[in-house]
Design a protein around this ligand. Sequence first.
Ligand SMILES: C[S@@+](CC[C@H](N)C(=O)[O-])C[C@H]1O[C@@H](n2cnc3c(N)ncnc32)[C@H](O)[C@@H]1O
Length: 191
Amino acid sequence: MKKPFIFDLKTYAKENNIPIIQDEGLDFILQLIKDNNYKSVLEIGSAIGYSAINIALANTKVITIERDYFMYEKTLENIKLAEVESLVFPIYGDALSVDVSGKFDLIFIDAAKAQYIKFFEKFQKNLNEDGIIVCDNLDFHNLDPNKVSRNTRQLLKKIDKFKQYLKDHEQFDTKIYHIGDGISVSRRRKI
Ligand SMILES: C[S@@+](CC[C@H](N)C(=O)[O-])C[C@H]1O[C@@H](n2cnc3c(N)ncnc32)[C@H](O)[C@@H]1O
């Protein structure tokens, strides 16, 4: 697959206001995959398939869930263009209603921020024993709560609540990295 295609995807996302993972965040995840030799990823939130395609290019299988039909179709189209159909398996539906079978080395949560606790609770059953759950946008563009709309302020509160939830979690140990838009990495605690 050709690098220029990745640039096209980034340009498309930018021109159409489609949020995709920042370069530093993506590099960080790809490095985790490489260092730990992860072979399977479950992604919540495909958008146009940008992160899924990049992960597949690291020779890792990705199941990715998207609830917006237009985005799902774009993902199908893009994985064909990127020639990674044998590695990326898109699912159309709301992740909170879709039942995924199987276990994964890495679960990447990158969908509606207000539902992060629900995603985390639901999909931990799909995590391999030594796997990790990674969540994006925990710094949420470093917005100042005093300078945003009421809706955004509510969202910032929900993200804070999620961070507190991770901090208090009895079964998972979490580190938050201020890389890209803020990324958490959670691992099961060893008993
Ligand atoms: C930030 S974008 C994903 C970006 C993508 N991971 C990337 O970096 O290329 C978030 C996507 O999650 C989708 N989404 C939000 N809530 C969802 C849900 N409950 N189930 C499935 N998809 C969801 C949105 O439609 C949107 O396309």
